[in-house]
Design a binder for this molecule. Structure first.
Ligand SMILES: Cc1cc2nc3c(=O)[nH]c(=O)nc-3n(C[C@H](O)[C@H](O)[C@H](O)COP(=O)(O)OP(=O)(O)OC[C@H]3O[C@@H](n4cnc5c(N)ncnc54)[C@H](O)[C@@H]3O)c2cc1C
Length: 395
C-alpha cells in the first residue's frame, strides 16, 4: 500500500494529525495498536479554557487544537484549581477549565480518515526517499512522511536507532482511576502536594455526573527508591482531603502510563519522520498537561507534510509549543529542589503570592522564571538538542 503520510499512534497527537491531513487532502493512513482508540483512557482529561492560557492558546496551532477539542462535548466546567501543600498553605488558582472524554474526542477526530486499529508498527525501513512502515500483522505501507505519535517511549524513535528513554528524573509514572465521588465539589480541581507525591502531585478532577478522575504522578527517580504510585494513590484516597472522597466507589481501577516531563528532549524531525506529542516530550513539565500541546504538534506535522516541508516542522514546533514548555521546565527545576528539601518547601509556600503561583502552574513567564534563568545560567541543560530547531531557522 502507498500513501503520502503514515501516522503512528492515534492518541490526541495522532488523531489531530490524521484529521488535519484529511482536511488538507493529503493521502494518509493511521495505525493504532489498540483495537479501539483510547479505550480506556489513562488521563485526568482536564483542559484549561483557552482564555485562561492566552500566552499559548493564541499560537495558531494551539488555537486550532482547541477548535478540534470543541468537537467533543464538555463534560464538566471547572472554575478553579485548589492546590494544597501537606502541612503548608493552600491556594485557589483561578484557572477555569473543563473536562472532555478523550475517547469521544479521538473518535470524533478520526471520523472520515483511513486507519487501521489493533495493529502496531514494528518495522521502519528507508527505501530511497520513502519509508516502508511494517506492522505486526504484516501490513506494509510505503510513504514519504511518517508522523510518530506513539507516545512515550516511542517505538519509532527506537526503530530509527535513537535513544527513546529519558533519565528517571525526567519521567513521571502516573496512575489514574475513575471513581464515584458523591462528596466532591463539581467546580473545583483538587491538587495535593506532599513529601509522598515526590516530584509530582495527587489530583481529584470532577469529570462528569459525580464521577472523578483520581490519580497521582510521581517522578521515576523516587519510584526507583521504593515509592509505589498505586500505594501513594491508595493513601491519598484514605486521607480523604476535606471529605471529598467520602462515600467513594471505584468505577475503573487505577491504570498507569509514563509522562515525559523534560519538554522537548530530542530532534522533532529526522529525514521526513516527524515526532509529535509525548514521543517528543510535549508535556508541560510544571503541570503535566499534554493533550493540547500534543494535538498542536500533530497539526503542525500534518501541515509540514502537506507543504512538503518537513524541515519547517521543528521550527514551528519549537516556536509555538517547545519554547513555552521550556518555561515549565525551568520552574520544574525549582520543584525538584523543593521536593528534596520538603520542610523548606512547606515554609516557602506561605511566602508565595497566589497570583504568581497561578501563572507558574499555568507555565507562564513570571519574574520568578527570569530569576531562575539567571541563577541557572552556566549550568548544563541536559538535552543539548532541545534548542536545535531554533538554531536551524535559516535552513
Ligand atoms: C495519568 C495521567 C493523567 C494525565 N492527565 C492529563 C490531563 O488531565 N490533561 C492533560 O492535558 N494531559 C494529561 N496527561 C498527559 C496526556 O495524557 C499526554 O500528554 C497525551 O496523552 C499525549 O498524547 P499523545 O498522542 O502524544 O500520546 P498517547 O496519548 O500516549 O498516545 C499514543 C498512542 O500511540 C499508540 N501506540 C504506541 N505505540 C504504537 C505503535 N508502535 N504502533 C501503533 N500505535 C502505537 C498507543 O496505543 C496510543 O494510543 C496525563 C497523563 C497521564 C499518564
Amino acid at each position: 500500500m502507498r500513501s503520502k503520510a503514515v501516522v503512528v499512534g492515534l492518541g490526541p497527537a495522532g488523531a489531530a494529525a490524521l484529521r488535519r491531513l484529511n482536511e488538507l487532502g493529503v493521502p494518509s493512513v493511521g495505525i493504532e495498536r489498540k483495537a479501539s482508540p483510547e479505550d480506556p483512557p489513562v488521563c485526568g482529561e482536564f483542559l484549561p479554557e483557552p482564555d485562561a492560557v492566552r500566552f499559548i492558546s493564541s499560537k495558531p496551532s494551539i488555537s486550532k487544537a482547541f477548535s478540534y477539542i470543541s468537537l467533543a462535548r464538555k463534560r464538566n466546567s471547572i472554575s478553579a484549581v485548589r492546590l494544597e501543600f501537606e502541612g503548608g498553605k493552600g491556594f485557589t488558582l483561578r484557572i477555569p477549565g473543563f473536562t472532555v472524554s478523550r475517547t469521544e474526542l479521538v473518535h470524533k477526530l478520526i471520523e472520515g480518515s483511513e486507519y487501521y486499529l489493533g495493529d502496531d508498527v514494528v518495522g521502519l525501513r528507508k527505501v530511497g526517499s520513502e519509508y516502508v512502515v511494517r506492522t505486526r500483522r504484516g501490513r506494509e505501507i510505503t510513504a514519504k512522511y511518517v508522523i510518530a505519535c506513539d507516545g512515550y517511549p516511542s517505538t519509532v524513535r527506537n526503530l530509527l536507532g535513537e535513544p527513546s528513554l529519558l533519565p528517571p528524573d525526567d519521567v513521571a509514572p502516573a496512575v489514574n482511576a475513575k471513581v464515584e465521588t458523591p462528596s466532591m465539589r463539581k467546580d473545583l480541581v483538587f491538587m495535593y502536594s506532599s513529601s509522598e507525591t515526590a516530584g509530582g502531585y495527587a489530583w481529584i478532577i470532577p469529570f462528569e455526573d459525580g464521577v472523578s478522575n483520581v490519580g497521582v504522578g510521581l517522578r521515576l527517580s523516587y519510584v526507583k527508591r521504593g515509592l509505589s504510585p498505586v500505594r501513594v494513590l491508595e493513601r491519598f484516597i484514605e486521607r480523604n482531603p476535606h471529605g471529598y472522597l467520602t462515600g467513594y466507589a471505584v468505577v475503573e481501577p487505577p491504570r498507569g502510563r509514563w509522562v515525559p516531563v523534560a519538554g522537548f528532549y530530542a530532534e522533532a524531525e529526522r529525514e521526513g519522520v516527524m515526532f509529535a506529542g509525548d514521543s517528543l516530550g510535549a508535556v508541560n513539565p510544571i503541570n503535566g498537561g499534554g493533550i493540547f500541546p500534543a494535538m498542536a504538534l500533530g497539526i503542525l506535522a500534518a501541515e509540514a507534510a502537506w507543504l512538503d516541508s518537513p524541515h519547517a516542522y521543528p521550527v514551528r514546533a519549537w516556536s509555538e509549543v517547545g519554547a513555552v514548555l521550556e518555561v515549565g521546565r525551568i520552574y520544574r527545576k525549582l520543584v525538584d529542589f523543593l521536593y528534596r528539601n520538603w520542610s523548606f518547601a512547606v515554609k516557602l509556600s506561605y511566602l508565595f503570592p497566589e497570583s504568581m503561583l497561578t501563572r507558574v502552574i499555568k507555565g507562564e513567564k513570571t519574574a520568578l522564571y527570569h530569576l531562575l534563568r539567571l541563577l541557572g545560567r552556566g549550568t548544563r541543560s541536559g538535552y543539548p538538542r532541545r534548542t536545535g530547531p531554533a538554531s536551524r531557522r535559516s535552513r
